[in-house]
Design a protein around this ligand. Structure first.
Ligand code: TXA
Ligand code: MG
Length: 332
């Protein structure tokens, strides 16, 4: 059923109104956000939301994030909203912070995976915001990838995974952050981060004036926050700088691609004579690295190498979301 679409690529002046029309007709449309592309459907239309699960091959008990046009829409989707939610929304919305709140009674189980909570955010991408403003509703949107694959940060990557399975892709260029939003649970006794993202623990600590809980390892508190996620097709492994430098000569003869960021590792790759297709230089700055991570893994996946070796990045707070995604991308 979900294989029958022509999958229009929408861009230009009419793109937003075409996307709005398809969404009003109960179709799924991939839309750009400032984090990653989302696969959107009208959150108030259960059969439309069902199509998201069919297109992605996502298990039905994995809850979705509902994207709203403005903070004034919070009460339409959530109940018992604490003052902290408004304070955080004021500071970080539109933006890459998802708040977990008690759900309003009318919200369909298909959106929340049957949970009594709901994840909400106002995204910062101008095209997504225009679509939301015209619909004046909420859009359920997980990342626009097939289940367990990498989140897409360019329209081409969405099409590669979902062509034939969804009505359209709205092309908004490359996503600014390149990593999924931070998810903050405001229902638990103490605010806690369920998924690290572009808004850091430090920023949330300052905003809330408390020590926000941050699980050391990701926790599978809900279906969907699973370890084997965000994976390239090619097996990937995280390796320390020291180990990579030591192994570089041996790697030269192998069908591998290295993602390197440190001066030391890059100098060693050059000195050893690795070919251009055997390594990529990654940015040394966390925000830029994050922006390029998924698209680089996507591109390297097309090279037909046997393995991807990723140089372990710094471990500081601003690299936390990157390390979280890399630990999940690594399959051995
Ligand atoms: O940046 C993002 O958040 C992107 C863009 C499109 O907004 N969306 C995204 O959605 O990453 P998705 O479905 O790929 O990841 C959403 C995560 C899942 O791990 C899901 O388990 C969690 O949010 N989530 C959603 N609703 C939840 C709930 N009620 N309780 C706990 N976790 C929830
Ligand atoms: Mg996802």
């Amino acid at each position: 059923m979900s294989q029958n679409y022509e999958t229009l690529l929408l861009n230009g002046d009419e793109a937003v109104s075409q996307a709005v029309q398809l969404l009003q007709q109960g179709e799924c449309v991939a839309l750009p956000t400032e984090t990653v592309y989302g696969l959107a459907a009208n959150a108030a239309n259960a059969p439309a939301v069902d199509k998201i699960f069919a297109a992605k091959g996502r298990p039905k008990n994995h809850p979705l994030i509902v994207h709203i046009p403005a903070v004034s829409h919070l009460e339409k989707w959530a109940a018992d909203i604490p003052a902290t939610a408004y304070a955080l929304a004021e500071q970080f919305w539109p933006g890459p912070l998802t708040l977990l709140l008690k759900k309003a009674p009318h919200v369909d189980d298909v959106v929340t995976g049957g949970l009594d909570t709901i994840a909400l955010r106002v995204p910062a991408h101008p095209l997504f915001l225009s679509v939301l403003a015209q619909l004046d509703s909420g859009l359920a949107a997980p990342s626009a990838n097939r289940y367990k694959q990498l989140s897409p940060t360019i329209a081409e990557q969405v099409s590669k995974g979902l062509k034939g399975r969804i009505a359209a892709v709205l092309d908004g260029g490359p996503c600014a952050h390149g990593l999924e939003s931070t998810i903050l649970d405001l229902v638990s006794e103490r605010p806690r981060i369920l998924r690290a993202g572009p808004i850091t623990k430090q920023q949330l600590d300052v905003a809330l004036g408390c020590d926000v809980e941050m699980p050391k390892q990701h926790v599978e508190v809900v279906p969907g926050n699973v370890k084997a996620h965000y994976q390239p097709i090619t097996p990937a492994r995280l390796v320390t700088t020291e180990q990579l430098v030591a192994d570089m000569a041996e790697l030269q003869g192998q069908n591998v691609c290295l993602l390197l960021w440190s001066e030391q590792a890059i100098a060693q790759a050059k000195a050893t004579g690795l070919t251009a297709s055997q390594w990529r230089e990654m940015p040394r700055e966390a925000a830029l690295y994050g922006q390029q991570l998924y698209v680089t893994l996507y591109q390297v996946d097309q090279l037909d190498v046997a393995n991807i070796l990723v140089e372990l990045p710094p471990q500081s707070d601003d690299w936390r979301a990157i390390n979280d995604r890399l630990s999940r991308a690594a399959s051995y």
